[in-house]
Each structure stands twice: as structure tokens, then as C-alpha cells.
Write a protein that binds this ligand. Structure first.
Ligand code: LLP
Length: 415
């Protein structure tokens, strides 16, 4: 267990979280190195014996220390901007294991990615195909491409994180795929190497992913008959984790259906998980500023806010709240909304939780390793939290807390 109580104190691996708060201050994200490795290895094991690649989805947590760790473990990377490509490079990752997805790649980003020699650009529209073809021509090379196909499968997850339905902005329509593949195969500057999809995030049931894989295999077979052979099938990410009472099957079981559909096919299988690798490996550590009993509700006002962890405000997401020190006396026990100092009614981190905590106490928001720090902002001129990576008994500061001077360093006042 990456985060567990030892002698009454919640610890990250072997380091008590109150020690981390004392050394680095709060709010603070704390990650477990061992948990990230454990989660990555689960994918490796699930795919063992098959030609496959795990391409970690950088958007979930792009701290350089996290990327460097995954690069060392042999991971590839799924990116959606040239900023993420820069991060992969800075962390020592290999561009030849990078897949570039996203509906709005700029010409500059396409050029950078091609010059860097990424493994594949996932095309998401006919217009993008034309742009990539033209840029590859100018550079005098053939761009390795796949189409992200929209299989029109309902992932049965939160509408904001469903991405594979007909009405979604992502991918090309399934009905257009044959035509666009034929067109791409005719273009001199494109090398058609694969196919991809991503139907949504936080899936707890593998069935929609299996269905999407089936739809892709049908297409791959049709394309093969037309003389277009593909080297890889990318089934996306989306594997869910347990935040509360969700019970997604273990990775091996989750991917068993996909592997079953692919059977003995020769294409390389690519998966691009984000949340399932880093989600359980992080927490947000925050200190209670005030206890504020109210007429209708009681509040714990903490020093982290929606700018640090947006998921509750944006998706009504549920993160477990644990006290760092178990209160033996039960003093201060009550039902609270845990809220931050930001001036918005949607600034809540958790609602109606039974907890014993008082001013000055530390609490941890669990499962905050994915889509947490990366979605933070400086709203209300709040410097972003520090990030700490724990490895056994060692706690490394992997991102310093911002200062307010840094927040306005790029601004100027006209003379
Ligand atoms: N591949 C593609 C093409 C994607 O768009 C995504 C995520 C992934 C892989 C990784 O998905 P994962 O394995 O992490 O589910 N901010 C939201 C999640 C947005 C996911 C966007 N795409 C949240 O906090 O729940």
C-alpha cells in the first residue's frame, strides 16, 4: 500500500505525511514512486507474450520526475501538444516511442514532432491529414500516421470524459474511415502505419473497450483487403480506478477481452493509460485553516482549493478524505464540507464527509495523482502547490511551490 497508516500517522511509503508538510509546506502533492512502478508493471504483465507497447498518457501527470521514472521503466508516451513532447525530451524519454494525438495540432507542432522523429501522428480529421502531408513534403520525409477512429461506442462514464460517441469532437467518423485511409495511402508524404481510438476515461467495465476493439479489427480487415496493411492497433486508455466504490477489474482482466478480440493477429497492440498508472499514486496534502460551523452545513476550510484540485468542481468527482493523524479522542468529529479559500461556490474538494479534524490538522485527498496538479491554475493569484515524490524513506521535492513573483513575472505595465 502506497499510502497507509503506521503508528497512527498516514504515510507515503515510509514517510509520515506530517513530516512532508513540515518540510515542504501545504498544499502539497505527494506521489509514491513504488505505486507508479507497480501500476506500470501491471500493464507490462497483462501484455506479456504479445507484441505491445504501453504509451503513458502524459496529460494525466506530466511532472518530469514521473516521466523520467516511466521512461526508465521502458514506457512510451501519448502526447497532445509540443509542450508535452518537450517534457518527454527533458525527462529523457525516447521520441520514437511517442504517439501524438489531439484534434488541434498546429503546423508548428506537427513540424516539431516530425523533426523529432515521433513514432506516429494520430490524425483526427481530413483537414489535418492534408496539413501533415504538406508539412512532411516540405521537410522531405514521410510522416508516420494513423487515424483516430471514432467507434461510436458508449463508454458509460461521465459525459465530460466520454470521447468516442458520434457527437464527440474527437477522431474521424467510423463511416469515413475507409475513404480516408485510401486517400492517405495515396499521399506520397504519408506512411499509414496504424489505427487508434479512445472511447473515454474512468471506464469501470471493459465491455465498451472490447466492443470498440472489435469495430477496429473489422476495419483493419477491410483495409487489408484493400491492400492497406497496418502495423499497430492503439486501443487508447481509459481504464478506471477505485475512487470510492467503483470496482474495475485488475488490469490483466480488464485487457483480457481486448487481447481475446485481437487473438493471434500480427499488429502491435498499443495502450495509452494515464489515470490507471498515476491516479492511485498521488494525494493532495492540505491543512485545515478554520472549522466553521454553519446553519445548514459545517465547513472545514483548508489551504488547498479548486485551483489545486479541479475535479470535484468540474465533474462532481469524489476523492476520499483521510486525516493524517487519527484523532484518538474524536474531538471535532462532525460532518463537513471540505472547501478552499477561493471565491466561488463551486470551490469544494469534498462534501458531507464525517471526519474528526480541527484547525491546524492535516488531511489528505486520496487518489489525486491523475488530472490533479496538471489541471491546477493560479486563480485568485494562488501559487501552485509543491510536488514531492517519495521513494521508500526519501522524499524528493520534484516541483517547488510557486511564488507570487513568478505569477506576474511575464506581465508588464505600459509606460
Ligand atoms: N488516450 C487519449 C487519446 C486520451 O484522450 C486520453 C485521455 C487517454 C489516452 C488517457 O486516458 P486515461 O487512461 O487517463 O483515462 N480530466 C479528466 C480526464 C480526461 C481524459 C482525457 N483523455 C478527469 O479528471 O477525469
Amino acid at each position: 500500500m502506497a499510502f497507509a497508516y503506521r503508528d497512527g500517522a498516514l504515510c507515503a511509503e515510509s514517510v509520515p505525511l506530517d513530516e512532508i508538510a513540515q518540510r515542504f509546506g501545504t498544499p502539497c502533492y505527494v506521489y509514491s514512486r513504488a505505486e507508479i512502478e507497480h501500476n506500470y508493471r501491471a500493464f507490462e504483465q497483462a501484455l506479456a507474450g504479445r507484441e505491445a507497447m504501453v504509451a503513458y498518457s502524459v496529460k494525466a501527470n506530466s511532472n518530469l520526475a514521473v516521466l523520467a521514472l516511466l521512461a526508465k521503466l521502458g514506457s512510451g508516451f501519448d502526447i497532445v501538444s509540443s509542450g508535452e513532447l518537450d517534457r518527454v525530451h527533458a525527462a529523457g524519454g525516447d521520441a520514437r516511442k511517442v504517439l501524438f494525438s489531439g484534434v488541434g495540432k498546429s503546423a508548428a507542432e506537427i513540424r516539431l514532432a516530425l523533426e523529432a522523429g515521433v513514432r506516429c501522428l494520430n490524425l483526427e480529421s481530413e483537414a489535418e491529414m492534408g496539413r501533415v502531408d504538406a508539412i512532411a513534403g516540405q521537410l522531405g520525409l514521410r510522416a508516420p500516421v494513423a487515424f483516430r477512429v471514432n467507434p461510436d461506442v458508449d463508454p458509460q462514464t461521465h459525459p465530460y470524459i466520454s470521447t468516442g460517441l458520434k457527437q464527440s469532437k474527437f477522431g474521424i467518423a467510423y463511416a469515413d474511415a475507409d475513404r480516408l485511409y485510401r486517400e492517405a495511402a495515396r499521399r506520397r508524404n504519408l506512411e499509414v502505419i496504424g489505427i487508434g481510438c479512445h472511447i473515454g476515461s474512468q471506464l469501470v467495465d471493459p465491455a465498451p473497450l472490447v466492443a470498440a476493439t472489435g469495430r477496429m479489427v473489422d476495419l483493419v480487415e477491410r483495409l487489408a483487403k484493400a491492400g492497406i496493411g497496418l502495423a499497430h492497433i492503439d486501443v487508447g486508455g481509459g481504464i478506471g480506478i477505485r475512487y470510492r466504490d467503483e470496482a474495475p477489474p485488475p488490469i490483466t482482466d480488464f485487457l483480457a477481452g481486448v487481447l481475446g478480440v485481437l487473438g493471434g493477429r500480427g499488429e502491435t497492440l498499443i495502450v495509452d493509460p494515464g489515470r490507471a498508472i498515476v491516479g492511485s499514486a498521488g494525494i493532495l496534502l492540505t491543512r485545515v485553516e478554520y472549522v466553521k460551523p454553519g446553519e445548514a452545513k459545517n465547513y472545514l476550510i483548508v489551504d488547498a482549493a479548486m485551483n489545486d484540485l479541479l475535479r470535484p468542481a468540474l465533474y462532481d468527482a469524489w476523492h476520499e478524505v483521510l486525516p493524517v493523524r487519527r484523532a484518538e479522542s474524536g474531538v471535532g468529529a462532525g460532518v463537513y464540507d471540505i472547501v478552499g479559500p477561493v471565491c466561488e461556490s463551486s470551490d469544494f474538494l469534498a462534501c458531507e464527509r464525517r471526519l474528526a479534524a480541527g484547525s491546524g490538522d492535516l488531511v489528505a485527498l486520496m487518489c489525486a495523482g491523475a488530472y490533479a496538479m496538471v489541471m491546477s491554475s493560479n486563480y485568485n493569484s494562488r501559487p501552485r502547490a509543491a510536488e514531492v515524490l517519495v521513494d521508500g524513506r526519501d522524499a524528493h521535492l520534484v516541483r517547488r511551490r510557486e511564488t507570487t513573483e513568478q505569477l506576474y513575472a511575464l506581465e508588464s505595465i505600459p509606460k
